[in-house]
Design a binder for this molecule. Structure first.
Ligand code: MG
Length: 284
C-alpha cells in the first residue's frame, strides 16, 4: 500500500458512512466499513461486497462494529448506550462483536474496530474488571480470525486509554485515532493525545471539530475537515512523526445530507492531498 492512501468511512445498511458507490465516485483507494445489521452479515453479502470492491479496485482496511440502541444524542446518553460498557447489553453485544469479527474474516479484513464506550475511571471497580475481561474475550476471538482489534478514541483521555490497554493487555489490541472525537468529547488536545498513543495507533479517522464552550459537558461541533480546531497539517505531521503510514480514512457524519456529505468528503480529499504534497508524499 502507498504511504497514507486516502479512504472514506462507508456503510451498507447501518452506521453513518457513505455507500460504496460514493466512495468509488470519489476515487478513494481504501475504505473502512461499518458492519451491516445481523440479517445482512451473511456469506452471500460478504462475497457480493468483495466482488464490488475488486471491480472498483478498493481495499477494505477495517470493519467497525456498532449496535442497535446506541445513541450519540448527548454525552450522558453515550455513557449509558454506547459500546460494550453498558452492563445490561454487554454479553449480547460481545456476542454480536464476535459475529462481526467472523463477518470481517469473510471479507478478508484483518482489522475489527469499535467504540468501546465510556470505560469507568475507577480501575478497581468490578465493572472495570468486567470490561477488561470482555475486551480480552473479544481480542482472543479476533486473534483466532488473524485480526487486530482497534479501539476508537474519544471517550477516554489518552492516558486512561493507555492504562486500559495495559490492563487488558493483548498483543492484537491497538487504537483507531479520531482527532475530532477528542475535541467533541473534550478528552484532550488531539495532537498531544496522538503523540502519547504513538505506535499504538494503527488506523485513523480524518475528521474535524470545534471545541465546546465547556468541553466534556456539552458536545463540541463536528465541522468540515480543515475548518475546525484539529489543525490538519499538524495532525499529518504528527502521524509522520509517530511513524504512521496507513490509510487516512475521512469520516463526515452527516448521513442525513448525502449530497453535502459527498461534497465535503471531496473537499477533505483536496485538503489532505495538498498537505500530503507539501510533506513530500504522492496524492491519493
Ligand atoms: Mg471516528
Amino acid at each position: 500500500m502507498d504511504h497514507w492512501p486516502l479512504g472514506v468511512f462507508t456503510s451498507i445498511d447501518a452506521g453513518f458512512g457513505v455507500q460504496l458507490d460514493v466512495a468509488h465516485e470519489l476515487g478513494v483507494p481504501t475504505i473502512q466499513l461499518h458492519a451491516p445489521h445481523a440479517g445482512s452479515r451473511t456469506p452471500a453479502v460478504a462475497t457480493g461486497f468483495l466482488e464490488r470492491l475488486a471491480e472498483r479496485d478498493i481495499q477494505l482496511t477495517a470493519v467497525f462494529g456498532g449496535f442497535e440502541g446506541e445513541s450519540y444524542a448527548d454525552i450522558p446518553t453515550v455513557e449509558t448506550t454506547v459500546g460494550l460498557v453498558p452492563a445490561d447489553t454487554r454479553e449480547q453485544r460481545l456476542n454480536e462483536m464476535l459475529e462481526i469479527s467472523d463477518f470481517a474474516r469473510q471479507l478478508d479484513c484483518d482489522v475489527v474496530a469499535l467504540h468501546l464506550g465510556f470505560v469507568p475511571h475507577d480501575t478497581s471497580s468490578p465493572d472495570y474488571q468486567a470490561i477488561v475481561e470482555t475486551t480480552q474475550l473479544l481480542c482472543n476471538h479476533c486473534k483466532s480470525n488473524a485480526q487486530n482489534l482497534h479501539l476508537e478514541t474519544g471517550q477516554e483521555t489518552a492516558a486512561s486509554l493507555i492504562q486500559f490497554m495495559e490492563d487488558v493487555p493483548c498483543d492484537n489490541l491497538f487504537v483507531n485515532f479520531d482527532p475530532a472525537n477528542m475535541i467533541l468529547y473534550g478528552t484532550g488536545e488531539p495532537i498531544e493525545a496522538l503523540q502519547k498513543l504513538g505506535n499504538r495507533v494503527r488506523s485513523v479517522h480524518c475528521k474535524d471539530a470545534c471545541w465546546a464552550n465547556e468541553p466534556g459537558k456539552a458536545w463540541g461541533r463536528e465541522v468540515p475537515l480543515g475548518e475546525g480546531d484539529v489543525g490538519m497539517q499538524r495532525y499529518l505531521e504528527t502521524l509522520r512523526d509517530i511513524g504512521y503510514s496507513g490509510p487516512l480514512t475521512i469520516e463526515r457524519e452527516i448521513p442525513q445530507e448525502p449530497d453535502r456529505q459527498k461534497a465535503e468528503i471531496g473537499r477533505a480529499m483536496q485538503v489532505l492531498n495538498e498537505i500530503k504534497s507539501a510533506l513530500g508524499y504522492a496524492s491519493l
